[in-house]
Each structure stands twice: as C-alpha cells, then as structure tokens.
Design a protein around this ligand. Sequence first.
Ligand code: FMN
Length: 187
Amino acid sequence: MALFQDWFAAARAGETDDPTAMALATADATGRPAVRMVLLKAAEVRGFVFYTNLESPKSTDLRANPRAALCLHWAKLGRQVRIDGRVEPVTDEEADRYHATRPRLSQLGAWASRQSQPMAGRFELEQAVAAAALRFPFGAVPRPPHWSGWRVVPERMEFWQERAFRHHDRQLFVREQGTWRVQWLFP
Ligand SMILES: Cc1cc2nc3c(=O)[nH]c(=O)nc-3n(C[C@H](O)[C@H](O)[C@H](O)COP(=O)(O)O)c2cc1C
C-alpha cells in the first residue's frame, strides 16, 4: 500500500488524464467477463473503493461473484497497477459521507439514473433529473438506497514500470495469511 500511495501521489502530480480512472473487471455467475471504467474514491489499507448504482450489471455481477480486478494506467509515468481480490460493500456511513461531498446535480443524477437500463432518449433522463429536483427542492439530497460503494480488498497487486526496449519491471505482491510476499515477474 505504501508503494501504491507513492505511485498514486506521483500520478496525481504528473498525470494529465484523470489518475483515479481505473478499469474494473467483473464476471457474472456463468463466468462471462465485463470490464468498464470507474473512479477510485478511496485507496486505503482496507482496500480500493468506487461508487456506483447497486442495481447496475456490475453490482449484479459482484453479488453473484464477489471478486473483481482493477487496472490503473498512468501513461505519462509509464506505469500500470493491477489489483484483484474479494469485494465487500462499503458501510452506509461511508457511502453517506462520500455522497454528501458530491455536487447537487450528481446527487440528483444518482436518483434519476436506472444505470444501464434502456432509455427512450436524453429527454427521459432529463425528466427523471427534474423529477428528482422536485422531490428534493431544498436542503441536502439524501443518498439513494440504490447507490453506494464497493471495496476491492486486495489479495494481489502488481506494479509495472515501463523501461527501455521493453525490459520492464514487474513486481507482484501476493497476500498470504495476512503477510505480503513479493515476486519479480518477467516482463
Ligand atoms: C473515466 C470513466 C469513469 C467512470 N466512473 C464511473 C464510476 O465511478 N461509477 C460508475 O458507476 N460508472 C462510472 N463510469 C461509467 C461506467 O464505465 C459504466 O458505463 C457504467 O457504470 C455502467 O456499467 P455496468 O453496466 O457494467 O454496470 C465511468 C466511465 C468512465 C469513462
């Protein structure tokens, strides 16, 4: 985690694209994989947190098969970090705290979006956002019950550093009975 924090700080300082963007891979009960981008909102010893709709396909996958893999790529630094492990839901208090920091229109969007369901057109989203704004015209917008976070608790983390002529560095950290073992890998 200390190495991750070092690399993440360097990415925040030196990366022009959003350094929190990461690919999230899940698989459904039949083993069918799916991958999409999400934003890393907390990187702690306990794990890596992102927020989403709990009725979305990714959340359905995670309930059926509570394992996930993440991949962050920081192109300017020539670095990739791969993480995988079990997932767990974040607590309601944690989700409430993060939700409260979001812009009001993002909060209303979370109420309005039936993420990944078919939609007739943009107007249907705009209507749903307007309905949410009427529902919560004043004061704080509460967190929707269908919107929260997932934490990927790392079991393996691989750090890839680009080097000349593709002689890259790769270090794989594997958690075994609570301690991390490090293994170099051929590039
Ligand atoms: C850079 C980027 C960041 C994104 N961040 C999130 C996010 O944090 N949470 C989220 O639910 N969707 C996020 N999305 C949208 C997802 O990639 C995806 O379209 C959506 O969550 C539906 O995924 P699903 O149908 O697999 O559940 C992001 C998309 C991009 C391109």
